[in-house]
Design a protein around this ligand. Structure first.
Ligand code: FES
Length: 306
């Protein structure tokens, strides 16, 4: 995208006014909008000013339109400098807007740019004969036919460096040219062998209502499955009460609950799980060993004779 500035002062006309015919046309455009909304006509008026000025918008036209619409000059300047559809400098009789955005770039826009440089020269310069000028612009919405250019009001698509160079030569010489795809395509259909939508059934009417039939079949299948599940559930009913949760199990096995049920506060399994049982066993062994080493007494503390 190039920087968009107004043309140098030397090429700017001193003044601008719509021709009577164009002024009448502009009046009709302005009248389309409700009172207080006349600024909405800024783009059509800039477009008409560009047509009248030989394909570009002079600064005097921007000021003139601002006055007509009661807009600050800067607001009209903003619109004119934003859209590349408005050329801000003199253009050739055939003004080439070359798309350099990704799809066109991937399909060879760089090679077309080289053709522009070779045939026309740098961007924004008009050839000595006044016939050609060019500018790189962003996507022009014809990516299916990339790479492409807009010349005047027409699109020229599916270009190659050779076909583009030939096109420029024809335009320069005043020979008739054919807008649209330049590779034999009619629009953006497949160029060579058709690779999609090849099933004849798509076109003989046999597919009409196929999607409806498929939905009905899927619906019937889902209903049959649901009915089967209902029968199975009736034959094997689930317990009314679901399995107790882990928290519920822990609560019912608490020492208080166990004692209330007349059981030991801690179950053997719980003791074993916590390692208590192993330590009790060790304690028992330790006690037995101690008993074996202590001298037996007669109960008064006097050691008995063995
Ligand atoms: S990228 Fe070139 S027309 Fe869209």
């Amino acid at each position: 995208m190039s920087v968009r500035r107004l043309a140098a002062q030397e090429v700017q006309p001193a003044s601008f006014a719509f021709t009577p015919e164009n002024a009448e046309w502009a009046g009709r455009q302005i009248a389309k909008y409700p009172e207080g909304r006349q600024a909405s006509a800024v783009i059509p008026l800039l477009w008409k000013a560009q047509e009248q000025s030989g394909g570009w918008v002079p600064e005097a036209a921007i000021r003139h339109i601002a006055g007509m619409l009661g807009m600050p000059y800067i607001r009209v300047l903003e619109v004119a400098t934003f859209y590349t559809m408005f050329a801000l400098e003199p253009v050739g009789e055939h003004f080439v807007q070359l798309c350099g955005t990704t799809p066109c770039m991937l399909r060879g826009a760089e090679a077309l740019k080289k053709v522009c440089h070779d045939v026309i020269g740098p961007q924004k310069t008009v050839t000595a004969d006044g016939k050609l000028s060019w500018l790189e612009v962003e996507c022009l919405g014809a990516c299916c036919n990339a790479p492409m250019v807009q010349i005047g009001y027409d699109y020229y698509e599916d270009l190659t460096p050779e076909s583009f160079a030939a096109l420029l030569e024809d335009l320069r010489a005043g020979r008739p040219v054919k807008p649209g795809p330049q590779n034999g395509r009619h629009a953006s259909e497949p160029k060579d062998a058709v690779k999609t939508l090849t099933d004849p059934a798509l076109f003989d009417g046999s597919m009409v209502g196929a999607w409806k039939k498929r939905f009905a079949e899927e619906d019937a299948k889902a209903k049959a499955e649901a009915a089967g599940q209902a029968v199975a559930a009736a034959a094997n009913p689930e317990p009314a009460k679901p399995e107790p949760t882990r928290a519920e199990q822990q609560k019912s096995d608490s020492p208080v609950a166990r004692t209330a049920r007349g059981k030991a506060p801690v179950s053997a399994e719980a003791r074993e799980a916590s390692g208590n049982s192993a330590s009790s066993e060790a304690t028992t062994k330790r006690r037995a060993k101690t008993a074996a080493t202590v001298e037996p007494t007669d109960g008064s503390g006097t050691k008995r004779k063995r």
